[in-house]
Every structure is written in structure tokens, then in C-alpha cells.
Ligand binder design. Structure first.
Ligand code: C2E
Ligand code: MG
Ligand code: MG
Ligand code: MG
Length: 283
């Protein structure tokens, strides 16, 4: 099985084909003990304020460093973890680990680092999620702004998700709706949605310079969001022209390879320190 690992599960190819039964079984067994064996790690991708281009914090992106498969993408293992009932364990590990590491980030004086953690759809409706977050904040939340990124498509059942998200917001946690524009939000949601930010899906950002409908959609989302007191983040920015167009269109926060790729904690600390020489060194 390990023979084929690189092409099937690695970052090089995003498509992973159909797994035969024993491959599938092996992946599930290995993933089951990955946290305990210390194989999970977080990369962090900075998020910037659109006006000043100063870093506001970073998003935690999970990786699985499997001894037999190499680096496994979350696009592969998150759906498996959801299916075999390990997603809660993985998410709690990511949440605690991200908060703990964020307390070490050197930010400009007076800036509380914001740390974003992705929450899978199936947890967003679980009534015990607010308590679990409260526990993590009690341990590691000092001086850090936690933001949870929840995909738009996981809010389909608003009756289940909204009350849970409301309780989480009451803890002072920010809620960002990830991959926005790819789900099927009902416009009436915007009256009640317990969120602080819409994060526009990368597909609209990628098409911005070539496809006029992408600009129209982003303009519409920004207008809608601002009317309902939500800020707008854009992800997947890879060039300066797209960055500047997004600033013109009124986006509030920016993220993408143009600024920084997802990177391990040690690199992020250096990157942050280099952004604000002088006042960051003392943080
Ligand atoms: P996402 O939350 O929408 O994260 C953005 C993805 O786009 C990340 O991929 C990031 O590395 C990539 N990206 C960022 N900037 C650029 C860019 O400029 N160009 C391009 N081409 N790509 C860019 P990644 O790290 O592979 O994560 C994929 C997805 O897996 C995430 O999408 C998220 O839905 C999920 N994921 C990652 N970490 C976690 C986690 O801890 N928990 C859960 N539940 N899901 C996670
Ligand atoms: Mg995200
Ligand atoms: Mg996204
Ligand atoms: Mg990004």
C-alpha cells in the first residue's frame, strides 16, 4: 500500500481515485491513531487587513504526516475522519493546538492575534460544541482572538446550526462563513445569521481579472455583507492586480499565496516578526 502513497494521497495530486477496500481500511485504521502518535500538525496561513496590509493573524490548516503515506491533504483525510467518527477528536486537537501556538505570535504592539480554525459542517450543529470551545479558551484563550471558519454549505440546516453558533459568539468568538458563494444561502438568512465575516470562495477570486461576472458577484457580496454588519475576507489571492481589485471592491481582509503560503509555526513567527520590525520584536 505504501508503494502508491505518493501519487494517491500526497499533495502532488489532488484526485485520489477509488480506494480498494484494504486501502480504505488501512487509511481509516492509521488515521484513527494519528493524534496519539503525534502525526498531526498545523500549518498557518496569514490573514491581512486589506487597507493597511498588516497581518491580523493566521488560519490553522491541518496536515497529517503519515509514516507510510507522506503528507496527506485535509481534502483527503477530513471526509474520512467525518465518516469514521474521528472528526471531533481531530478538531479539538486543532483548536487547542492552534490557540496554544497563537499565544506565541509576535504581533504589532496593541494587536491581539486572530487565529482561525476550520470547523467541519457536522460539528457546527452539535449542541456540546460551545462547551468544548469554552474549555479550550479557558486553557489557551488569553490574549488571542479565536475565529471559527464554517463552510456555507454546512449551514443548510440553519435551525440546527444558528443556535449553536449564537452560543459560541456569546463567548466572544468570531464566526466566518468559509467558501462563501458556493453553498445555497437563502437571502433571509442574512437577517439572523450569527456571523462576523463572509469569506469569499477562491473560485471567484481566481476568476476576477478574466470573468466580469466574478467582479459582479464580489461587489454584490460585499454590499450585502456590509449592510448586515458582516466583514468580507477574500482567499486565494495570487497576484497584485487581483489584490488591488479586491481592495477597490471593498474587501476587508485578504489571504493568499501572494502574501504567504501556509507554513509551520516557526516560519510564521519569523514571517510575522519581519512584517513589523521594531515593535513586533518585543511582543
Ligand atoms: P479552506 O479552509 O477554504 O482553506 C483554503 C485552502 O486554500 C487551503 O488548502 C490553502 O492552503 C489554500 N490556499 C490558500 N491560499 C491559496 C492561494 O493563493 N492559491 C491556491 N491555489 N490555494 C490557496 P488546504 O490547506 O489544502 O486545505 C483545504 C481545505 O481543507 C480547507 O479549505 C478546509 O476546508 C479543510 N481543512 C484544512 N484544515 C482543516 C481543519 O483543521 N479542520 C477542518 N475541518 N477542515 C480543514
Ligand atoms: Mg478556511
Ligand atoms: Mg475557503
Ligand atoms: Mg487562503
Amino acid at each position: 500500500r505504501a508503494r502508491r502513497a505518493g501519487t494517491r494521497y500526497g499533495f502532488a495530486t489532488d484526485s485520489h481515485g477509488d480506494l480498494d477496500i484494504s486501502d480504505q481500511w488501512d487509511l481509516e485504521v492509521q488515521l484513527g491513531g494519528a493524534v496519539e502518535r503525534g502525526e498531526m500538525l498545523l500549518n498557518f496561513q496569514p490573514k491581512l487587513d486589506a487597507a493597511s496590509l498588516a497581518p491580523v493573524g493566521a488560519e490553522a490548516l491541518m496536515r497529517w504526516n503519515s509514516p507510510t503515506r507522506g503528507m496527506v491533504s485535509p481534502a483527503v483525510f477530513i471526509p474520512v475522519a467525518e465518516r469514521i467518527g474521528h472528526i471531533k477528536k481531530l478538531t479539538l486537537w486543532a483548536l487547542n493546538s492552534a490557540l496554544r501556538q497563537a499565544t506565541q505570535w509576535p504581533m504589532a504592539a496593541g494587536t491581539r492575534p486572530s487565529v482561525s480554525v476550520n470547523i467541519p459542517g457536522m460539528l457546527a450543529t452539535q449542541p456540546d460544541l460551545p462547551e468544548l470551545i469554552e474549555d479550550a479558551l479557558r486553557l489557551w484563550g488569553e490574549g488571542v482572538q479565536l475565529v471559527l471558519e464554517i463552510t456555507e454549505s454546512s449551514l443548510m440546516d440553519a435551525r440546527l446550526a444558528f443556535p449553536v453558533l449564537k452560543r459560541i459568539r456569546d463567548l466572544g468568538v468570531g464566526i466566518s462563513i468559509d467558501d462563501f458563494g458556493t453553498g445555497y444561502s437563502c437571502l433571509a438568512y442574512f437577517r439572523d445569521i450569527p456571523a462576523d465575516e463572509l469569506k469569499i470562495d477562491r473560485s471567484f477570486v481566481t476568476g476576477l481579472l478574466t470573468d466580469p461576472s466574478c467582479a459582479d458577484i464580489i461587489r454584490f457580496v460585499v454590499d450585502l455583507a456590509h449592510r448586515f454588519d458582516l466583514s468580507v475576507a477574500a482567499e486565494g489571492i495570487e497576484d497584485v492586480e487581483t489584490r488591488d481589485r479586491l481592495r477597490e471592491l471593498g474587501c476587508d481582509a485578504l489571504q493568499g499565496y501572494l502574501f504567504a503560503r501556509p507554513m509551520p509555526q516557526a516560519e510564521l513567527v519569523d514571517w510575522l516578526a519581519a512584517q513589523a520590525p521594531g515593535d513586533a520584536a518585543t511582543a
